[in-house]
Write a protein that binds this ligand. Structure first.
Ligand SMILES: [Zn+2]
Length: 301
């Protein structure tokens, strides 16, 4: 019987050796699964169908933080409203900021729209250190993947070769998609959109489209009737390709703007979700970029 024990331990070893990786968003979780492969067990705290600024910190979230070997955050203060307090509560040294088990996926991103002053009364507090939505950009995904590979290798140096190989495979897939997306970017160049919240500055810069107005006068602030009226005037004048809203903002304001101006509304997840066709970061980007391009009229011949 005792001879069986070492065998049993060997069989169980790979499972126990898996790192428990907790991610604040599904985008991070999907990319972490690609990079970590079988060496990681990944969970996400929110999907792209939820507002990442308002992730509800459930009691189960605290338990997950207590168990995790690694925590991956989007950074740029996307999680500033809820994560620091929860982390302090969890008191898990492995994932405390500054420890190898705390990975900030935004390392190396140059933030856009950095405010010069922070005035909480006007709503800038949801983007206090600039725009954190770099996951809506192909190159943002590459940065996330590289930071995760680097961070996991610090936690478990023996995984480095595997992580590097998985990173190369992810980047090869991304590069192939970038080639596929080139015609979409060509179509989007110079196109105009109106948005509801600043999800798109990174993608707009990459693809060359312009966001001519935001129904939020400042990040996180609901519009006044006067602001809505001004945006509707602009829509009538400039005829943007679409009004882009996240799934949870198909409300009275969006409907009114659509019915009074005739603008097309595109409601798209702002990160990957649990469901096809948005279930991986790459497949979600694929749908997002294709949908934006499809909204732009064919150039006149
Ligand atoms: Zn935001």
């Amino acid at each position: 019987m005792y001879k069986l024990i070492p065998l049993l331990l060997l069989t169980l070893a790979p499972l126990h050796a898996q790192l428990s990786v907790l991610c604040t968003t599904r985008d991070l979780a999907d990319i972490a699964s690609r990079i970590g492969g079988n060496a990681v067990r990944v969970e996400a705290m929110a999907t792209g169908a939820q507002d990442p600024h308002r992730i509800l910190a459930k009691p189960s979230g605290l338990l997950k933080l207590r168990r995790a070997d690694v925590l991956i955050e989007m950074g740029l203060d996307l999680e500033h409203a809820w994560l620091p307090a929860l982390l302090e509560n969890a008191a898990n040294e492995r994932i405390a900021p500054g420890q190898p088990g705390f990975i900030n996926a935004s390392d190396g991103i140059t933030p856009l729209e950095v405010p010069t002053t922070v005035d909480r009364s006007r709503g800038t507090d949801v983007h206090p250190r600039g725009n954190p939505h770099y996951n809506l950009d192909p190159e943002g995904g590459r940065t996330i993947a590289r930071n995760i590979a680097k961070g996991l290798a610090l936690v478990k140096p023996e995984l480095k070769a595997t992580l590097d190989a998985n990173l190369r495979s992810f980047e090869a897939d991304l590069d192939a998609k970038l080639k596929e997306w080139a015609p979409h970017f060509a179509r989007l160049k110079g196109a105009k959109f109106v948005v509801r919240h600043g999800w798109f500055p990174y993608l707009a810069q990459r693809a060359g489209f312009t966001v001519i107005a935001d129904l939020e006068p400042m990040a996180g602030l609901e519009p006044s009737p006067a602001h809505v009226a001004a945006v509707m005037d602009l829509i009538r004048r400039e005829k943007p390709a679409a009004l882009l809203v996240p799934p949870w903002k198909q409300d009275g304001i969006t409907k009114r703007v659509a019915s009074e101006t005739g603008v097309r509304v595109l409601a798209l997840p702002v990160g990957c979700t649990n469901d096809a066709p948005y279930a991986t970061w790459l497949s979600w980007m694929d749908h997002l970029i294709s949908a934006l391009a499809a909204a732009v009229p064919e150039p006149a011949k």
